[in-house]
Design a protein around this ligand. Structure first.
Ligand code: ADP
Ligand code: MG
Length: 231
């Protein structure tokens, strides 16, 4: 399969005043279309920094990030925002849903930014909610849903634009064990359907669901393991 993500020599240095901190110290990796990869590592190891770069929310200080053949290194903020909207779906630990809006309105939001017509937005939002098992919840506000259901709304929002890449940062971090099982089962289904997923976690049992585990420690990938018998 062809490469979706290519990172070469990626470094990220944070500066505050005269103090510099190198959060990524030379990351090289390729993730193919259709892979389900977990990035695992202890707190402070650089996982979120890597996620921000993969998600075009931030750019490397040094090195190259090529996404779907497009070198993102030299793009300005407007071009990065367009790539985020077109190619990437995000799921976060905090669901980041708007409390005053029903599920379908939350899900259609990325399509508003993409300039899709109102009628098509509603149709696609309902379709995405159906895919995550919430066809009967489209008109519920987040406060009327369980944590697991809210995270499934967030997954529907991430998928509604048909992104190349689903990026999830600690997506089960705020969920009880039952909801965690639900959300991980949904990710398995999405992977089986061909979706590329990069999941960031510090929990080994969550990482174990992915076909590939990248271990990050102190800003470097220290282990890259394809799991035997992975789905
Ligand atoms: P993780 O997600 O694995 O917990 P992060 O990528 O958030 O780790 O952070 C990696 C390191 O970079 C940590 O030591 C953190 O303190 C530091 N760091 C993260 N963001 C910033 C920032 N904006 N300014 C300075 N240091 C930062
Ligand atoms: Mg983090």
């Amino acid at each position: 399969m062809s490469a979706l993500i290519e990172l070469s020599g990626v470094r990220k240095t944070y500066r505050s005043g005269t103090v510099e901190f190198e959060a990524l110290r030379g990351v090289d990796t390729v993730i193919a279309e259709g892979e389900y990869a977990a990035v695992i590592g202890p707190s402070g190891s650089g996982k979120s920094t890597l996620m921000n770069i993969l998600g075009c929310l931030d750019v490397p200080t040094e090195g190259r990030y090529v996404l779907a053949g497009e070198d993102t290194s030299s793009l300005d903020e407007a071009a990065l925002a367009a790539i985020r909207n077109r190619r990437i779906g995000f799921v976060f630990q905090q669901f980041h849903l708007l409390a005053s809006m029903p599920a379908w309105r939350n899900v259609e939001l990325p399509l508003v930014y993409a300039g899709v017509s109102r009628a098509e937005r509603r149709e696609r939002a309902v379709e995405a909610l159906t895919r995550v098992g919430l066809a009967d919840r489209v008109d519920n506000r987040p406060g009327q849903l369980s944590g697991g259901q809210q995270q499934r709304v967030a997954v529907a929002r991430a998928l509604v634009t048909e992104p190349d890449l689903l990026l999830a940062d600690e997506p089960t971090g705020n969920l009880d064990s039952g909801s965690t099982r639900d959300v991980l089962a949904l990710f398995d289904e999405l992977h089986d359907a061909g979706r590329t997923i990069v999941l960031i976690t510090h929990e080994p049992d969550v990482a174990a669901r992915a076909g590939r585990n990248l271990v990050i420690d102190d800003g470097l990938i220290t282990t890259d393991r394809v799991r035997a018998g992975a789905r």
